[in-house]
Design a protein around this ligand. Structure first.
Ligand SMILES: *Cc1c(COP(=O)(O)O)cnc(C)c1O
Length: 383
């Protein structure tokens, strides 16, 4: 299953899918702002006919992400949600999907409010337990959709063990790898069939575009995804593809810094008297710390911590100056948010609190600033 790529991760991040422009020698892949391509004669062209179907800047990014995930085929979409949508077209009315219970809010919303209207059914379960996954499978289960680590409490699912069970029943395993990125975790190597990203987050890394990426080793799945790009049209624009290509070049160095900064911030928070609980896979008391240590090559940049009440959380969020109060994650800048009123506001309070998303929970996407400045900012806000 695990084939060793020819080049290392950082070399692929910088070069895969890209060659100097043949007509000018430009080192950077140009932004091909064109809708159509001249054809020499009927049916004779250079591989490009119309930009919904394919565009050279998008092709470069699709090849780049495929290399990073150590997979064969990549496809790029207008957003993470557009990519997840394309995956849902692989299913048919009557099909059943088992999903991680703490999936991204937008994924949950699309499942309940869009796809259930078209004959699909979903069961949201705690995928950190293999037994719970097994018990959720039905005769018509066609897809296992895992997100790991999850937002905001950083639960980690064993991709390898789950995909093995799914394979036994011919169920397609999909992993949303947005939080970990291929630098820390490569689901295809662990047996998953499809890996999906919100490229908006770490892959682009600069909070200046939206995008979605999918990688698979299965040519039939890739063919279906390409058909959806052509038939439905939720494709990534050339300019956003270019921004994301520019982002992935520095993914390895950014992730190293995100990991190092987050570990320091998490340890600072865990030792602080005003903090009740810290959720970070890099802390030894995290329930899946050992699993993360063996199956991931770093713990990532996302942390959640509980300060006990809405009042305290609100006070902290008002007081921070280096950390910016905002939704989203994965950029070079540190973002801080309040899941209960922001990303998880649509989940009923009882359900929300049962999964750890209390009114006192604060989430940080630790950026790549100087760790001392992030810590001093939090220290000041926690006083
Ligand atoms: C943001 C996010 C998405 C959705 O991606 P968009 O680019 O915002 O459409 C999906 N999954 C996860 C884990 C995310 O964080």
């Amino acid at each position: 299953m695990k084939k060793k790529p020819k080049y290392g991760f950082s070399t692929n991040a910088i070069h895969a899918g890209q060659q100097p422009d043949p007509s000018t020698g430009a080192v950077m892949t140009p932004v091909y702002l064109t809708s159509t391509y001249v054809q020499e004669s009927i049916g004779k062209h250079k591989g490009y006919e119309y930009s919904r179907v394919s565009n050279p800047t998008r092709t470069a990014l699709e090849k780049n992400i495929a290399a990073l995930e150590n997979g064969k085929y990549g496809t790029a979409f207008a957003s993470g949600m557009a990519a997840i949508d394309a995956i849902m077209y692989l299913l048919k009315p009557g099909d059943h999907v088992v999903m991680s219970h703490n999936v991204y809010g937008g994924t949950y919303r699309a499942a309940k409010m869009v796809y259930e209207n078209y004959g699909l059914s979903f069961e949201f379960v705690d995928t950190t337990s293999l037994n719970i996954i097994k018990n959720a499978l039905r005769k018509n289960t066609k897809m296992l959709f895992i997100e790991t680590p999850t937002n905001p409490t950083m639960e980690i699912t064993d991709i390898e063990a789950s995909a093995k069970v799914a394979r036994r029943y011919k169920i397609t395993t999909v992993v949303d790898n947005t939080f970990a990125t291929p630098y820390l975790q490569r689901p295809l190597e662990l047996g998953a069939d499809i890996v999906v990203h919100s490229a908006t987050k770490y892959l682009n890394g600069h909070s200046d575009m939206l995008g979605g990426l999918i990688v698979t080793n299965d040519s039939k799945i890739d063919e279906a995804l390409r058909f959806t790009q052509k038939a439905i049209g939720g494709i990534l624009s050339p300019f956003d593809a270019w921004l994301c290509l520019r982002g992935t070049k520095t993914l390895a160095v950014r992730m190293d810094r995100h990991n190092a900064n987050a570990q320091r911030v998490a340890e600072f928070l865990a030792a602080h008297k005003s903090v009740k609980k810290v959720y970070y896979p890099g802390l030894p008391d995290h329930p899946q710390h050992e699993l993360a240590k063996t199956k991931m090559s770093g713990f990532g940049g996302m942390i959640a911590f509980d300060v006990g009440s809405f009042r305290t959380a609100n006070k902290i969020l008002k007081k921070v100056t280096v950390c910016s109060l905002a939704e989203s994650l994965g950029g070079v800048e540190t973002l801080i948010s309040h899941p209960a009123t922001m990303t998880h506001a649509s989940i009923p309070k009882k359900e929300r609190e049962a999964s750890g998303v209390t009114d006192g929970l604060v989430r940080i996407s630790v950026g790549i600033e100087d760790a001392e400045d992030i810590i001093a900012d939090l220290d000041n806000a926690l006083m």
